[in-house]
Design a protein around this ligand. Structure first.
Ligand SMILES: *Cc1c(COP(=O)(O)O)cnc(C)c1O
Length: 369
């Protein structure tokens, strides 16, 4: 039996009529730039995340880039973040002229270790950017405490974490800004690229609305320099429909992850760790095994969809060589890069498929199946 890592065709079949109608409405209107669909979806996301504002942009990468610009991060500033994340997190830091400062992760959650942050703070530190990796929030209270005490802003990279909660607070509502991605494989995925920035600050929201249209205040009048980065109306229409189903999908993922958790208990396979304060939405279901590369080969041969997130931590990427890191600097991130693998967790997996994935993993790792 082949099991895909993610099957978006299956999802589309369950919402086809709603989606097609929403797309047709935009096409009939021929209004593709911002407009009512985008405004409505921005309001829905602000309500969903519990923030005052949400500003639609062209991608998750741009959400981070524009949030950093709006917070005032610039040349030679430092941004403390995790080395164990998608490239965009640190790429955006460099693109605004700032320097990413990497702090090692907690090996249980794979999120930034909050207790190692303060040692990395300097007078140049402008932002701490935790990533809510795989759909579970970083441990925010100690992060917010350090940031507050040292006068540093927090920007959340919530690209994988829409609807995730930390002690009852939603991802994207805890820092000065939260950044979301609607890349197709995210839990709330569009039919193309898209992103969103959430914030409670009126001032930041105004600036972001301007920055996404070349820093204009009104057409052809520019008070600052931004870029072209809007969420388009077709994506907003699709995403509004999908948002109505998001909680059911997230609950399905969570139930699937729990199933794996029970199957892998007492075996050499480490299932995802869920903090007690956490609503985890499992953008990925990451398991940890000593002989990861061999398991990867075994799953591929068996037709089980799987992937590595992330095989090379950012501090060891070629483009960041100038930061002067060597192997061994951030040992937990490096170990996670060697020992983890993502397995299918999407909500429409059948019971038979789930069982087959667990059986195939266990048949290899020698746990009792
Ligand atoms: C997906 C992702 C991004 C970037 O989002 P895009 O929409 O692909 O630009 C940024 N950070 C993290 C952690 C992500 O997973």
């Amino acid at each position: 039996m082949n099991v895909p890592l993610l099957d978006l065709k299956r999802q589309y079949q369950t919402i086809k009529d709603e989606i097609n109608a929403a797309i047709a409405e935009v096409v009939e209107s021929q209004g593709f730039k911002l407009g009512p669909k985008v405004a409505a979806f921005e309001k829905e996301i602000a309500d969903y995340c519990g923030t005052k504002h949400a500003i639609g942009v062209a991608s998750g990468t741009d959400a981070i880039l524009l949030a950093l610009m709006a917070v005032g991060v610039g040349r030679d500033d430092e941004v403390i973040t995790t080395p164990y994340t998608f490239f965009a997190t640190a790429g955006a830091v460099t693109r605004v002229g700032a320097v990413p400062v990497f702090v090692d992760i907690d090996p249980k959650t794979y999120n930034i270790d909050p207790h190692k942050i303060e040692a990395a703070v300097t007078e140049k530190t402008k932002v701490i950017m935790p990533v809510h990796l795989y759909g579970q929030c970083a441990d925010m209270d100690p992060i917010l405490e350090v940031a507050d005490r040292r006068g540093i802003a927090v920007v959340e990279d919530a690209a994988q974490a829409i609807g995730s909660e930390y002690k009852g607070r939603r991802a994207g509502s805890m820092g000065r800004a939260g950044c979301f991605s609607f890349f197709p494989s995210k839990n709330l995925g569009g039919y193309g690229d898209g992103g969103m920035i959430t914030t409670d600050s009126d001032e930041l929201a105004d600036l972001l609305v301007s920055l996404r249209e070349h820093g204009q205040t009104e057409a052809y009048h520019h008070w600052t320099i931004g870029t072209n980065s809007r969420l388009d109306a077709l994506q907003a229409a699709v995403l509004s429909v999908k948002l109505r189903h998001l909680d059911a999908w997230s609950d399905g993922r969570s139930a699937n992850a729990d199933y794996y958790g029970s199957r892998f208990e007492g075996t050499p396979v480490t299932a995802p760790w869920r903090e007690e304060w956490s609503r985890h939405i499992y953008n990925q279901c990451i398991i940890r095994v000593p002989d990861r590369d061999a398991l990867l080969a075994h799953l591929r041969e068996s037709g089980i969809g799987c992937a590595l997130y992330y095989p090379v931590p950012l501090h060891l990427q070629k483009c960041f060589q100038t930061l002067g890191h060597t192997e061994g600097d951030l040992p937990e991130a490096e170990r996670a890069a060697l020992e983890t693998i993502s397995i299918p967790v999407f909500s429409l997996l059948t019971d038979e498929e789930k069982a087959h994935v667990a059986d195939t993993v266990l048949e290899f790792t020698g746990g009792s199946a």
